[in-house]
Structures are given as C-alpha cells and as structure tokens.
Design a protein around this ligand. Sequence first.
Ligand SMILES: Cc1cc2nc3c(=O)[nH]c(=O)nc-3n(C[C@H](O)[C@H](O)[C@H](O)COP(=O)(O)OP(=O)(O)OC[C@H]3O[C@@H](n4cnc5c(N)ncnc54)[C@H](O)[C@@H]3O)c2cc1C
Length: 328
Amino acid sequence: MRVTVVGAGIVGLATAYQLMTAGATVRCLDVGEPMAGRSGGDTRIFRVAHGDPALVAEARRASELWDDWSTTAGRTLVGAERAMVSGPRVPAWAEAMAAAGAIHRVVDGVLHDPAGGVLDLVATGRFLVGAVAPERGEVAALDGDGTVHLADGGTERADAIVVAAGAGTPALVAPLGIEVPAALEHHARFTFAGPADQPCHLDARADGDLASTYQHRTRAGHWAVGGHLPDADTAWELGADEVARRSREAVVDHVRRVLPHLDPTPVDELRCTPMRGAGDGVHRARAGAVHVVWGDNLAKLAPRIGEVVAADVVGDTPVGGGGRDHAP
Ligand SMILES: Cc1cc2nc3c(=O)[nH]c(=O)nc-3n(C[C@H](O)[C@H](O)[C@H](O)COP(=O)(O)OP(=O)(O)OC[C@H]3O[C@@H](n4cnc5c(N)ncnc54)[C@H](O)[C@@H]3O)c2cc1C
C-alpha cells in the first residue's frame, strides 16, 4: 500500500513510522524543515493525567509506545521526572485517572502522575526523521481518490493520504468537506536558568494575568515556563511579537514572585500558533482516501495517534469518497 503523509511534525512522522512498521510504503512531505512547526523546540511534557478517562487510557498506551520507541532509538525519549497537577481541575482529573485505572496520588490537593516526564523532542525528531526520511514538498490540494497535487505542478496518486499538517490542515481539507477549526492564537514559552530537578508541573491556579501555567525541565540546568493569558491577550490580530511581549511580562512576573530559585531573565523563547480554544484531545475525520488528524497538545500522544491512524489506513480498502468518521 502506498501512503502519502502530509506534514513532518511529530504527528505526521509518528504516523508515517507506524505505517511503515505496518508494511506500507510511505512518502512523507513537508513544505519546510521537519519538526519545525508546532513541534519546534527541545522538550514537551508527557503526562498520563488528563480530565477524561478515554484520554488517560490513550496516554497510558502512548506511554507504552514511547518505551518501545526508546528501545528502538537506543535512548530514553521520555524522562523519569514525573508530573504534578494543581488547581481546581485536580478532583476531576484524579477521578478520570481512577476511572482509567492509572496509578496516581493526591497529596495536599496536588495530583501526582508517576508516569509523567519530560519528552525529548530533539532525540525523538532525530529518531523519526532517520526512520521516515521525509522529503521537502508543498502539497497544494488533495482529492478524495488519493490524488496529491503538489505546488510545483506535479501530481501523484496514493492508495491513501494522511493529513497531519498542523496549521496548514484546515485549508487543505476544507475542499473535501472536512471542517477543521481554523482560528489560531499566539503562544510563547520561556526558558530560565536555574535548578531543574523537579517534576513537570501544570498549575491551573490563576496568578496575576495568567489563567494557568505549565513548567518543566528543558536542557540541563534550565527550566521552561509557559502561561496562558486571557483570550484578548493572545488574539491572532495582535501579532506574534505583541503576544510574546505580553506573555514574557506575565511569565517573568510569575517567576519573580513564585519561582525565586530561577534567574528571572529569560534565556530563550519558543513561539507557537495553537488552535484557539482546542485544549487536550485528538480529532480525526475522513473523506474517501484522505484521513485527517488534528488537535492540540498532541506531542505526548503522538505514538498512539500514529498507531491508531495507521491501523485505520492499512485496515481499510480505499473507497471512492464521502466516508467520514470522528473519534477521539
Ligand atoms: C510552546 C509549546 C508548548 C507545548 N507543550 C506541549 C506539551 O507540554 N505537551 C504536549 O503534548 N504538547 C505540547 N505542545 C503541543 C504540541 O507540540 C503540538 O500539538 C504538536 O507538536 C503538533 O504536531 P503536528 O505534527 O500536528 O504539527 P506541526 O509540528 O505543526 O507539523 C505540521 C507540519 O505540516 C507542514 N505543512 C503544513 N502545510 C503543509 C502543506 N500544504 N504541504 C506540506 N507540508 C505542510 C508544516 O510545515 C509542519 O511541519 C506544545 C506546543 C508548543 C509550541
């Protein structure tokens, strides 16, 4: 089976890798560098903790697959740091973990997730790019019969297409009748020098201008902190520079008051264009031979997304159009 995967971020690469493992012949195309869109940067948080038992179960399976990938890659892709969750979401998240049978503990109102840790995106990217060998190419349009129209005027035909094009997905799949939310916002995360031996931490307690924060180790001796500003401060129309400026102000203020062990001058900044209001969750749809996957906070689930999408593609006989399926 010949499959074209559009997008060489972590989701496209994970899906291409799982498809190859399942015996498919895969061509993975990206208009730019692999792992440079929403998958840019050095680290992410892996956590089993979620607010929905179904997502907890998906993350548990992802954890197993991360271990498999680590074994194949010959290095640990998810660290042993663990993760903590605090704030008003703790009771519901603890309930979701209990319902999914995931090991957890709540101590003094803080949820501890022993399977959580720091996801090494650089090593993951090296592993996946080495295995998949994505090619440079911009996809201009897709047909439900598996035809791929390239921006350079070329066309090719695949038995199936997987679209994992991040911010490029809505425009590519809209002509096929698949609606992917297109509204984006700006986000920025900052790196500070200082001790970095704590668990990853998601904190939904509001602080200053921030509705919630997340933080975790990045490279040795460095700690990343991201915060969520109100919608009005992250609006697309404000532009990336202005949102980064507002985020920096709020995060530095947070670090000065709440994390005094860190040097409050950011040494690095990572920008992103998430889907507005998406939160945790994976969404899939299909039109004929074209399979589409989208969502937010997808890095931690990538091996599981790849496994599910690959099974869907390989298990399917390509059909002539119209089929549609939404599933977590
Ligand atoms: C600062 C920050 C912090 C985050 N924290 C976490 C976290 O802690 N845990 C977590 O799980 N997730 C986190 N995320 C989210 C996570 O990183 C993303 O959800 C994930 O990386 C998305 O991967 P993707 O492959 O879907 O998209 P992308 O990485 O954006 O890949 C899509 C690719 O498609 C390509 N493309 C687009 N259009 C076309 C086209 N027409 N033709 C060819 N190629 C095309 C793009 O060039 C791009 O490379 C964070 C993100 C950021 C930026």
